[in-house]
Every structure is written in structure tokens, then in C-alpha cells.
Design a binder for this molecule. Structure first.
Ligand code: PXL
Length: 301
């Protein structure tokens, strides 16, 4: 029973607006990890494949991602460049239908990103936030409790928030659990709604060893998409999921079907990734399936 009535009006209007001349322009704010198949090197190709114009605001430039396997990565924080870039767009009269944020390089960036959302979104434009900062019960390298506090201000203003369970627990102050039941998941999402989040798309929700899935929750709406849990995990799948979800949403999908299709896409990418490909996920050969989905083409016919 998937009622769609609980999804905020602005978002429904956003996802339903399509057609020639109504193509969406999106701004994505996240880092460039030059090597590593995550953040912008995933978001750009995925959004483009979905047929969405993607402008970028790089939050930092790293030689690689920080997620293990690579030692001694470089990190250039681009916080100082953000205000002038945004001012230029403002002067040019540039506006975006959605702003989608991922990995941010500093707490101060969150203030800039919030200002950009306030000033450069079209009326009713969507705030899509992946609070990329933690997984498996732990913060990523370089993040601390002060960053979590800042992230709360961005996350709670989101029309759509795409956390994993670790991030949801950090944002709500609830205990992180490795094992849990539906009541825990409902409590987590309810706590996020209470803070102001429109729609929660919670990833990595697994109630049994063989399956995992994504829980989507809007006010008055709840859905859970369960799928196979693969034996291996790959770095960057959170970014791949969020980017595919965002691309599909921009092409007129509603949040639950967008989450389903994005999850299936990520599964196909993991299946396509050779075991020796240790640092990322091989999404490139599978991208055409997502492009077809976004364009409404059924490849199996
Ligand atoms: O996939 C999230 C991510 C993005 N960017 C950088 C990261 C990570 C996760 O570790 O290190 C730089």
C-alpha cells in the first residue's frame, strides 16, 4: 500500500514537471576524488546519462577517496572559492531546479550551501541532501562531532534526505545499531521527519542476512524495497545510489519508484565489478540501463 499523498506538494510538482522545455537543471555540490569512482566522478556521468543538465560546485579536490586502501591522499579544501562562484551565478541570473549535495569538505561549506539553496533555487526547487559523512557506525576520516552538528542544519532543511543508518543515527542522536527491527527504522525516520525532513530515503536497511533494501518515508507514506544482499560491498555505492535516484526524480519518477530503480541499478553495477577492482564500483558498462530507464525505454522488449 504505497500512498503517495504524504510526499510534499513541492516535490511532487517537481518530479512531475517534464517535457520539452521543462528539462531540469541541477547543481550538485560534492568533492572530486580524482581516482576512486565516487562523488563527482560518479554524479556527473550518472546525471548526464539520466538526461539531466548537471552544474557542479566542487567542495574539495582529493587525489583519491579516503575510504581505505589508499594511503597519503591529497586534500584541497575549496571552501574559500564557494562564495565568489555563487555570486557570479547570482549576477548572471542562473537558477537551479534542484541542489543535490554529497560529500562536503568542511563545516563552513554547509553555511555556503544553505545560502546557495536559499538564493539560487527556483521557487519550489528541491533540496536533496546526501549527508555523506559516515558508514558502518563510524565517521569517515576527517569528520568530527562539530561537522555532524553543522550537517544537522543542512540535513533537517532537506526535501529529500538520503542517509544510511549510521548517518541517520548521528543526525538524530539515536543509538547506532547493527541489528534492529522495523520499530527502530520507524523511530529513526520519524525522528528525522520531526526535525523537518520532507522525504527520507534510508539506505542499507536489512532485516535478514540474505536481503537488504531501502526504506522511503514521506509524511503519511512509507514503503520498503527489499532486494538481494550481495556477498561483496563496493566503495562509492552510496553516491551511485543517490545520483541515480536524483537523476530519475528529475525525469519525473516519484521517490519510491526512483529508489527502487536506483537500487536495482546499483546491484547490477556491483555484480559487474570484478573482485580485483577493489577501490570502486564498475558502473560504466551498466550506465546504459539507467539511461534507458530515465528515458522510459524498456530494454527487455
Ligand atoms: O563515497 C563517499 C565519499 C565521497 N568523497 C570522499 C570520500 C567518500 C567516502 O569515503 O572519501 C572523498
Amino acid at each position: 500500500s504505497q500512498k503517495l499523498s504524504g510526499i510534499p506538494e513541492s516535490l511532487l510538482a517537481f518530479s512531475k514537471t517534464k517535457g520539452i522545455g521543462m528539462d531540469k537543471r541541477i547543481l550538485t555540490v560534492q568533492d572530486i576524488s580524482c581516482v576512486g569512482q565516487c562523488s563527482l566522478t560518479v554524479a556527473l556521468p550518472v546525471l548526464s546519462a539520466c538526461g539531466v543538465e548537471a552544474a557542479v560546485l566542487p567542495s574539495a579536490v582529493l587525489s583519491t577517496h579516503t575510504g581505505g586502501g589508499f594511503a597519503g591522499y591529497t586534500f584541497r579544501d575549496l571552501t574559500a572559492d564557494m562564495p565568489a562562484i555563487a555570486q557570479h551565478w547570482q549576477k548572471e541570473g542562473f537558477r537551479f531546479d534542484a541542489v543535490y549535495t554529497g560529500y562536503l569538505g568542511s563545516g563552513e561549506q554547509i553555511t555556503h550551501v544553505r545560502h546557495i539553496m536559499d538564493t539560487l533555487l527556483v521557487p519550489g526547487g528541491a533540496r536533496i541532501v546526501d549527508p555523506a559523512m559516515a558508514d558502518n557506525g563510524k565517521l569517515y576520516a576527517g569528520f568530527d562531532a562539530a561537522f555532524v552538528e553543522k550537517m544537522k542544519t543542512l540535513a533537517f532543511s532537506a526535501d529529500i534526505l538520503l542517509p544510511n543508518i549510521t548517518e541517520a543515527a548521528l543526525l538524530t542522536g539515536m543509538e547506532y545499531r547493527k541489528e534492529y527491527d522495523e520499530a527502530y527504522i520507524e523511530e529513526l525516520t520519524a525522528a528525522l521527519h520531526e526535525k523537518g525532513v520532507g522525504t527520507v530515503v534510508l539506505t542499507g536497511v536489512s532485516y535478514e542476512p540474505e536481503t537488504t533494501g531501502v526504506a522511503v518515508s514521506g509524511k503519511g507514506f512509507r514503503g520498503y524495497y527489499r532486494h538481494a544482499r550481495l556477498a561483496r560491498t563496493c566503495h562509492g555505492t552510496g553516491d551511485l545510489f543517490a545520483s541515480a535516484f536524483t537523476g530519475l526524480l528529475c525525469r519525473g519518477y516519484e521517490p519510491f519508484p526512483a529508489a527502487e530503480a536506483a537500487a536495482e541499478f546499483v546491484l547490477a553495477c556491483i555484480r559487474r565489478t570484478e573482485p580485483e577492482h577493489w577501490y570502486g564500483v564498475r558502473f560504466e558498462p551498466v550506465l546504459y540501463t539507467l539511461a534507458a530507464k530515465a528515458a522510459g525505454i524498456n530494454l527487455s522488449e
